[in-house]
Ligand binder design. Structure first.
Ligand code: NAP
Length: 294
């Protein structure tokens, strides 16, 4: 299955057979970065996934560690990492084996039980929306990763990032929750905003099925403009034009459920519009409309 290149990670043990664990395992096998892969899940049967049986061994329980592991990657839900770390700490894994987790919100402290035993610990969080355990492999190619940890844990995290063709972003100590909130704004809340836009299109008589591609194309263009020029030059629309009447018309027609969201995002847009040189009189009227003083 390997594409090219020598194995750099050796034997990787992934704990968690969900979207992230299986997608990452699949990509690492495709790139040839691991020469042996073991995946541990909670379910008794081997998952129906292209990794199995040829490219990875599946183990349904955490009762024992596989032999000769070079690195451990924990890809379970954030709330389960500490419990998994505690269980790993009770197994006979050589103390120099690094352990990293894939959570965006939790720091390496959540692996404290392993650090106490002497394991190097770290984090490697892909900035990717992995919605499927197979398609997720290609979603992970070339993305940026938030990495934490020192020594062998940092080296394992960086080897994974490198093997996936990505780049590492070093997170300042204590910065993980805010880093993750940034990722949630850029990814999850972009999805939520597109769902609101589909609902409004439907209310305007354009069915969601027809509107979806049009809205996704519109959003993609805006995202590409931000990537190319930054948010201030990328902002278009009534707020940066100082078009007070259009904003007032929107607010008149939106429901009580949608108006607060429109206003809070509008205030962020107004902040950018001021930086773009918006006329102060128009900014003051928009500020009143959008409830900036509240
Ligand atoms: N999905 C993403 O877009 C994404 C992106 C970046 C980082 N991450 C991070 O990756 C990690 C996993 O997320 P995910 O989206 O891959 O979750 P997921 O698809 O729900 O998979 C989680 C896996 O962990 C297993 N699990 C749950 N509780 C466990 C426990 N107590 N002990 C052992 N295994 C347990 C689950 O088993 P069952 O199948 O039996 O439930 C499942 O196989 C999280 O830290 C998340 O923050 C996710």
């Amino acid at each position: 299955m390997a594409e090219s290149g020598p194995a750099r990670i050796g034997h990787l043990w992934i704990i968690g057979s969900g979207r992230t664990g299986l997608s990452l395992g699949l990509l690492l096998r495709r790139t040839g970065a691991v020469h042996r892969l073991t995946v541990t899940g909670r379910r008794p049967g081997t998952p129906a996934h292209p990794l199995f049986p040829a490219d990875a061994e599946y183990r349904p329980s955490l009762d024992a560690a596989p032999n000769a592991v070079d690195g451990v990657l924990i890809a379970v839900p954030d709330g389960a990492i500490e419990e998994v770390a505690g269980r790993l700490a009770s197994l006979s894994i050589p103390r120099d084996v690094p352990v990293v987790h894939t959570s965006g919100s939790r720091s390496t402290e959540v692996l404290g039980a392993l650090a106490e035993r002497g394991h190097p610990t770290g984090g490697a969080h892909p900035l990717a929306a992995i919605a499927d355990p197979v398609a997720g492999a290609e979603r992970l190619r070339g993305v940026a990763w938030g990495v934490e940890g020192d020594g062998a844990a940092r080296a394992l995290a960086e080897s994974i990032v490198h093997a996936c063709g990505g780049r590492a972003l070093a997170i300042a100590p204590g910065g993980k929750p805010v880093y993750h909130a940034a990722a949630v704004f850029a990814s999850n809340y972009a999805v939520a905003l597109l769902a609101v836009a589909e609902r409004l299109m439907d209310a305007a008589g354009v069915p969601a099925g027809e509107a979806r591609g049009a809205l996704a194309g519109l959003a993609t263009g805006a995202v590409e403009n931000v990537a190319a020029h930054g948010p201030v030059p990328a902002l278009t629309g009534p707020v940066v034009r100082g078009d007070v009447e259009t904003v007032a018309l929107h607010l008149e027609r939106l429901s009580a459920a949608e108006r607060p969201l429109y206003c809070s995002l509008g205030r962020e847009a107004l902040r950018l519009a001021r930086q773009a040189g918006l006329d102060p009189a128009a900014a003051a009227r928009l500020s009143d409309l959008l409830g900036e003083a509240q």
